[in-house]
Structures are given as structure tokens and as C-alpha cells.
Design a protein around this ligand. Structure first.
Ligand code: UD1
Length: 381
């Protein structure tokens, strides 16, 4: 079959949770018969080695064709800067479509630029809703989905959300979860937790506790930007660490705020191993051996469900309800009593077992490539 008429798919990544979604998509576009040409743009929203370079290496992502190097800033500055720098790249490359993933500022910024230039937009992981407009990611999701031309969803509830918002059903395709493609591809080669602690210069004997260990990540502004919320959360983690040693992979935002608020002494280093942001293979290795995960991340809610590890989510709501309905996830908010009870349940062996949701089977990206090929051949209509 002739693919000569298909211009490259311009794939956009910006921040950490984008990378594990894009890696299997790029591979699937390349291995589809016939292959679909692709270009990779990194907006540079995340730029640290731990937040970006290491993940590129772990996930075998190719070097970006273009790096816009926007860096950090307020939401307005970051979004505007991506838009300003993305426009000339789009003009120069003339893609068949722009493919964005997830819900970060880069996702929305590139969508807005493309759609106003009449370039079709493809959104992977569309239709997830927390119904909490205070989350910047929710605003990014709603607006991206409104103007995207092709929407690939990870769970069926997303189709209902989209149709309620007036998105035509023929634009929506249920393909499964590309992030789980990455997880399944890397599960066997994940780095053992002991090696990760040793590499960080920490004592791996922390992991030898009879109950195992827990993994913590926290980075949502709603949890970490105010001392009045962050301090009690750190205190409940300190309390939990008396029952179960914890490994805390700390986002730079959280680390900065702990210092700013003078909360460095709340966590006892003999019971809580604090690590910098981890590579993908390290994170999967930490999660797969954990007795429980405490997090406010979207991705970890899904990854723990796929791995069958009990997860307590320190948020009031989730845009990924299937992880609660079918998976191992329990929402505990910042409610200290709920966190305490959740930990006690899991340690008593009453944690959720869950099951792996439909089409979280490691082949979502292949389904996307197949559909995208047909759709582009049909004129992206
Ligand atoms: C972003 C995403 C969030 C995602 C998270 C994963 C948005 C609105 N939010 O949040 O959905 O869950 O990424 O990590 O897009 N920083 C560094 N090094 C970096 C990047 C950031 O030190 O490489 C620090 C800077 O101080 C920066 C802060 O982290 O100001 C926040 O970074 P930013 O990209 O604005 O948002 P995240 O909190 O990372």
C-alpha cells in the first residue's frame, strides 16, 4: 500500500507522565504495516535529568526532532511560551496531524496552536474527568477534548463523559491504555528496589521489614503547596513509617516546599528513604515489590491497578474511576483518619485485589496506529 501521501504525525511530549505514553505509540507507528512517519517534539516543560532525560533512556524514546526548551513558569507563562515556540515548528514541519497525550500544559498549548491552523489534533487518553475544575489538568483535558478531531480513550466511562460534553461518538475510539503498554514492556527488566536504594547511597536493609515497604509520591499543588496541608500529610507518612518503611520518590516541587516550610525533620530517614525523581525502570521496580503505594499521581493509580498492588490515593477525586471500580485503588483524600484506616486494612491483608481493566493488555498503541492510519488515509474526517 502506498503511504507516500501521509505526512508525518507530529507527536508532542512535555512533562514526565507524557513520556511513558508516547514511547509505545512511536514504536507502533513505526512497526505498523505500512509504517506511519512520525516526528517527536519535546516542549521542554520538564528538563531535569530525573524528570526527562532518564525517562527518555529508560523508555527507549528517540531524541526529539525539536526541543522547544520552555522550562518552568506560571501556567500562563508556560502555556503561552509553548504556543509561541510550537507555531513555527508546526509551520516548518507541515504534519498530517498533531498527536498529544494526557493532560499537561504542553498538551493543551500545542492543541490550541494546531487547531487554529486547521491541523487535525489527535488526543490519546481523552475523556478522563475528575469534575474538579480547580485541577489545572482538568481544564487542560476538557479544552483539548473539545477541539480534538480524534479521541482515543482508555476506559469506557470516558466515552460517556465526552458525549455529555457534546463530542460526536464517531470521533471517539476505545483503544485501551498506552501507559500500560509501557508498564508491561518494562515489567521484567525493572530495576530491583534494593539496587535503587543502594544507588542512592541508602541502606537497602530498610526494605527487609517483615511487612515489606510502601512507596510514596506526592506532587499535586493542592497537597504540597500549603504548609497547612503538607505538614499533616508528612506527619501521617511519619506515623505510617512506624508500621511499614517507606520509599518516597520526591518531585522537585515537593522537595522545594518541604525546605521552604522548614519541614525537613518530619520524616525520619531511618524509616523513610527519600529519593530524587526516579527513572522509569526504578519506579516500576519500586512499585512492583511494594506492599502498598500512597500517591496523588494519576499514572500510579493506573500502574498499581495493572500490577495488582494496593494503592491509596491522596486526592478527593479521580479522573480514572476504573482503578477504583475494578482495580486496587482507594481514594482517601487528605483525610488523616481515612489514610490511617486504609493503611491498617492493607497491612491486615484486606487490601483490594482488583482485576486488570479491559484492553489494558499491552497492545493499545498498536490499535491506535491501526486506527490512525485508516483515519488519515480517509482524509482525517
Ligand atoms: C506537571 C503536570 C502534572 C503532572 C506532573 C508530573 C501540568 C499542569 N502539570 O506538573 O499534571 O502530574 O507534571 O511530574 O502540566 N521542576 C524542576 N525540574 C523539572 C520540571 C519542574 O525542578 O524538570 C520544578 C520547578 O520548580 C517547577 C515545578 O517543578 O516550577 C513544577 O513544574 P511544572 O512543569 O510547572 O508542573 P508539575 O508540578 O511538574
Amino acid at each position: 500500500m502506498n503511504t507516500g501521501t501521509i505526512q508525518p504525525v507530529m507527536c508532542v511530549v512535555g512533562a514526565r507522565p507524557n513520556f511513558m505514553k508516547m514511547a509505545p505509540i512511536l514504536r507502533a507507528l513505526a512497526s505498523h504495516v505500512p509504517s506511519l512517519p512520525a516526528l517527536l517534539v519535546h516542549t521542554g516543560q520538564h528538563y531535569d535529568t530525573g524528570m526527562s532525560d532518564q525517562l527518555f533512556a529508560d523508555l527507549r524514546l528517540p531524541r526529539p526532532d525539536i526541543n522547544l526548551e520552555v522550562g518552568s513558569g506560571s501556567h500562563a507563562v508556560q502555556t503561552a511560551e509553548v504556543m509561541k515556540r510550537f507555531e513555527p515548528a508546526l509551520d516548518q514541519l507541515g504534519p498530517s496531524c498533531v498527536l498529544v497525550v494526557g493532560d499537561v500544559n504542553s498538551t493543551l498549548a500545542c492543541t490550541l496552536v494546531a487547531v487554529k491552523k486547521g491541523i487535525p489534533v489527535v488526543h490519546v487518553e481523552a475523556g478522563l474527568r475528575s469534575y474538579d475544575r480547580k485541577m489545572p489538568e482538568e481544564v487542560n483535558r476538557v479544552l483539548t477534548d473539545q477541539v480534538a478531531d480524534r479521541l482515543y480513550i482508555t476506559e469506557r466511562s470516558a466515552a460517556q463523559n465526552l458525549q455529555r460534553e457534546g463530542v460526536a461518538p464517531e470521533r471517539i475510539v476505545f483503544t485501551g491504555n498506552v501507559m500500560i503498554d509501557s508498564l508491561l514492556a518494562c515489567r521484567e527488566t525493572a530495576r530491583p528496589a534494593r539496587d535503587t536504594l543502594r544507588e542512592a547511597g541508602l541502606d537497602a536493609a530498610l526494605l527487609d521489614h517483615p511487612r515489606g515497604y510502601g512507596v510514596v509520591t506526592l506532587h499535586r499543588p493542592s497537597n504540597v503547596d500549603e504548609a497547612a496541608t503538607l505538614q499533616p500529610l508528612l506527619e501521617i507518612l511519619a506515623e505510617t513509617s512506624l508500621l511499614l518503611p517507606l520509599v518516597f520518590a520526591m518531585h522537585p516541587r515537593t522537595r522545594n516546599n518541604i525546605q521552604r516550610f522548614g519541614l525537613q525533620s518530619v520524616l525520619d530517614p531511618r524509616r523513610v528513604a527519600v529519593l530524587p525523581p526516579q527513572g522509569y525502570l526504578e519506579m516500576v521496580g519500586l512499585m512492583k515489590g511494594a506492599s502498598l503505594v500512597l500517591t496523588d499521581s494519576g499514572g500510579l493509580q493506573e500502574e498499581t491497578t495493572a500490577l495488582g498492588v494496593p494503592c491509596l490515593t491522596l486526592r478527593e477525586n479521580t479522573e480514572r474511576p476504573i482503578t477504583v471500580d475494578q482495580g486496587t485503588n482507594t481514594m482517601v483524600g487528605a483525610d488523616l483518619a481515612a489514610i490511617r484506616a486504609g493503611v491498617a486494612d492493607i497491612l491486615a491483608g484486606r487490601g483490594k485485589q482488583g482485576r486488570v481493566p479491559e484492553l489494558w493488555d499491552g497492545h493499545a498503541a498498536e490499535r491506535i496506529a491501526a486506527d490512525l492510519h485508516q483515519w488519515l488515509r480517509a482524509g482525517a474526517r
